[in-house]
Write a protein that binds this ligand. Structure first.
Ligand code: SER
Length: 318
């Protein structure tokens, strides 16, 4: 990878992936693209940025040509809970951006990274130590898009030789940009809320829903390690299970309470989020990622809590 275009760069992952890529590949070799003017303005302060609607094939191809891009990171997506409110829009955006990424990559000889997710699994998937290769019949439009994305990406690799690679991300915990419209968002929001006066958080996910989670630094390393992995060693491509920790809201909140004794929590369960959380794995088996490209996470839940509380307090000026 020499010249990278990140589409959907203004979101939770892109905001931190871009500086990570800039460090590894050089500031001028990473082009950030987003649909929203205010995001593009912000990104211009830190590097090269373009306003781009990734569902517009012509504009997308023009940016790839203009910057002589050889790797596309497609981060464009509506997340799971928002997707259920507008399934057709979710399909159009998630699949539109993906198909453009693949077709443009085929035309210009680029590699492609597109994240998949725990959301690619569904109720009929084995929930404990969810295998790499297993039943994938998701119950959400977000998941339907993710499975479609995995299949299309593998198809473009075997049929056209496009170098496509992907990981199935757990819920990502981070303190840069906030996520929005996801089922795992509670594990980020709680840190921003619990440091405020009152120290209270109301959770929309049931207290006993196990879901895989991951801290952003591990997620970023996963992306670049996979994209740099020796292709001869990859038996899988789209997409690898990666895991580092799994907990329920109750387990996370108990551990936060040890640091903030007067913290209080209650639940106002959103039935859509409850059904989604229930359909997703409790914990994925990531042994294929470990074997094929050396995946090894660093952060566990306790370390994440300390780091998130410190970062959120700093941001709030506390
Ligand atoms: N974080 C995503 C969501 O909750 C899952 O990939 O929708």
């Amino acid at each position: 990878m020499k010249r990278i275009l990140v589409v959907g760069a203004g979101g939770q992952i892109g905001t931190e992936l871009v500086p990570h890529l800039q460090k590894l590949y050089g500031k001028d070799n990473v082009i950030s693209a987003d649909l929203k003017d205010e995001q593009v303005e912000k990104m211009r302060a830190f590097g090269v940025a373009e306003k781009l609607d990734a569902t517009d094939a012509q504009g997308f191809a023009a940016a790839v040509k203009k910057y002589k891009v050889d790797a596309i990171f497609n981060l464009v997506a509506l997340l799971s809970a928002t997707g259920e409110k507008m399934p057709q829009v979710a399909w159009n955006i998630n699949i539109g951006a993906l198909l453009n990424s693949l077709n443009i990559a085929k035309e210009f000889g680029c590699s492609v990274f597109t994240p998949s997710s725990i959301g690619a699994f569904g109720t009929s998937t084995p929930h404990d130590m969810t295998p790499q290769d297993t039943i994938m019949r998701p119950n959400t439009i977000y998941g339907v898009c993710k499975v479609t994305g995995e299949l299309l990406s593998d198809y473009y690799f075997t049929r056209f030789g496009v170098d496509t690679r992907s990981v199935r991300f757990p819920g990502i915990i981070s303190n840069g940009a906030l996520p929005g419209g996801g089922t795992t968002d509670y594990a980020v929001e709680v840190f921003y809320e619990i440091i405020k006066p009152g120290h209270h958080y109301t959770c929309e996910v049931p207290h006993d829903s196990y879901m895989d989670m991951m801290y952003m630094p591990d997620a970023l390393k996963a992306v670049t390690d996979l994209m740099e992995a020796d292709p001869a060693k990859l038996k899988h491509r789209n997409s690898f299970n990666i895991a580092s920790m799994s907990f329920t809201p109750e387990i996370l909140f108990e551990a936060i309470k040890k640091r903030i004794p007067d913290a209080t929590f209650d639940y106002n369960v959103d039935p859509i989020k409850a059904a989604i959380a229930d359909s997703w794995p409790n914990q994925m088996d990531d042994s294929c990622a470990r074997e094929e490209w050396g995946w090894k996470p660093v952060w566990d839940m306790e370390a994440v809590i300390d780091d998130m509380l410190a970062a959120c307090r700093r941001k709030a000026g506390l």
